[in-house]
Design a protein around this ligand. Structure first.
Ligand code: MRU
Length: 343
């Protein structure tokens, strides 16, 4: 399986997702600033992968920090990484976890502090893969056999430490013997579906067809789609889900056509501090992502654009939220709070 992000002696190594599928290139981040830059420029993307990379970025920063100025440098490392992308809450979840670790080890010798940070970053990485396998196990029984599964964006191995959330559910369903085909929305403007989901499923030999985003309604109406499974960047306490822009439209079309709409996400994607999705910050990305495709203009020069990277799907369109601890269903405030508290 593809190695999305790895901790090595040379630094944090990432597969460069801006280059896929044309070339498979790996980038080594030698400083925490380089990790922050890689997150901001989407060399690494997808909520859990951003969280894992941030944990490794903090560990890298601590490894290189001046022991005499550690308090101040630790603050700077955390704020630099936190300033990269605002919507995926896994970023802040990972940084908070590293902050708690700092509070518990800061008075120890520097070698011990560094070892503790490296161990914690590796734990975040390993736990993520185990969590995705558990999400897959809970989600696989929900996927109808012999039908098409529609997905949007990339919530696969490339968006996590491995296996994936939405694609983890699909992988687990296939591993359990179900015969599936995946339709992948191309996911304009950044084309995570076309470039990443299709590539990743092809690597695993899972049947996949690419459709452009505006075809989703046509296929949801056709009766061929057994269910929709997507990932999430942040889920509010009431079950409203922020995910890649375009998800909301797919959810409404799924409801209109009686197709179940599932969200697969780890507990670390829940933000129980938010009452509803209205409070989720939505990242605005550069207009060039819309006006250009691979550097080639597709709109007149000077065209004004909007480019929100995410949208919020109201909880009423969500059939279930598949987590590593089980499947939450409405009323979400109750089910999500209960799952989050479970050991
Ligand atoms: O902008 P991206 O590519 O980071 O957005 C990714 C998504 O929206 C994913 O669906 C989400 O992060 C879940 S990944 C398991």
């Amino acid at each position: 399986m593809v190695e999305t992000v790895q901790w090595t002696d040379a630094g944090v190594v990432m597969i460069d997702q801006t280059k896929l599928p044309r070339t498979v290139e790996f980038m080594t981040c030698q400083t925490y600033e380089e990790v922050a830059h890689a997150i901001r420029t989407m060399v690494v993307r997808g909520a859990p992968a951003i969280g894992v990379s941030a944990a490794m970025g903090v560990a890298l920063g601590v490894k290189q920090a001046d022991p005499a100025k550690l308090d101040g440098q630790f603050e700077l490392i955390c704020s630099t990484l936190a300033g990269t992308r605002p919507t995926a809450v896994n970023l802040f979840w990972a940084i908070d976890r590293m902050k708690r670790l700092y509070a518990s080890v800061k008075d120890k010798p520097i070698a011990e502090i560094r070892a503790a940070f490296e161990a914690e970053a590796l734990a975040v990485y390993r736990e993520d893969i185990a969590i995705n396998r558990a999400i897959g196990a809970h989600g696989a029984p929900l996927v109808p056999d012999g039908k098409v599964v529609l997905t949007h964006c990339n919530a696969g191995a490339l968006a996590t430490a491995g296996y994936g959330t939405a694609l983890g559910v699909i992988r687990a369903a296939v591993e359990s013997g179900k015969k599936l085909e995946v339709y992948s929305d191309e996911t304009r403007p950044f084309l995570q579906g076309a470039r990443l989901t299709v590539w990743e499923l092809q690597q695993d030999g899972i049947p996949v067809k690419l459709i452009s985003d505006n075809m989703a309604g046509h296929f949801l109406k056709s009766g061929r789609i057994g269910c929709v499974v997507v990932g999430a960047d942040r889920i509010a306490r009431n079950g409203d889900v922020a995910n890649k822009v375009g998800t909301y439209g797919v959810a409404v079309l799924a409801r209109e056509n009686g197709v179940p709409f599932y969200v697969a996400a780890p507990i670390s994607t829940l933000d129980l501090t938010l009452d509803s999705g209205d409070q989720i910050p939505i990242e605005e990305r550069p207009g060039k992502e819309v006006t250009e495709v691979f550097g080639v203009p597709v709109a007149p020069e000077g065209t004004l654009v909007e480019n929100p990277a995410f949208d919020v799907t109201p909880n009423r369109y969500v059939t279930g939220i598949i987590t590593e601890k089980g499947v939450a269903t409405a009323p979400y405030e109750e089910s999500l709070t209960r799952l989050a508290q479970e050991k």
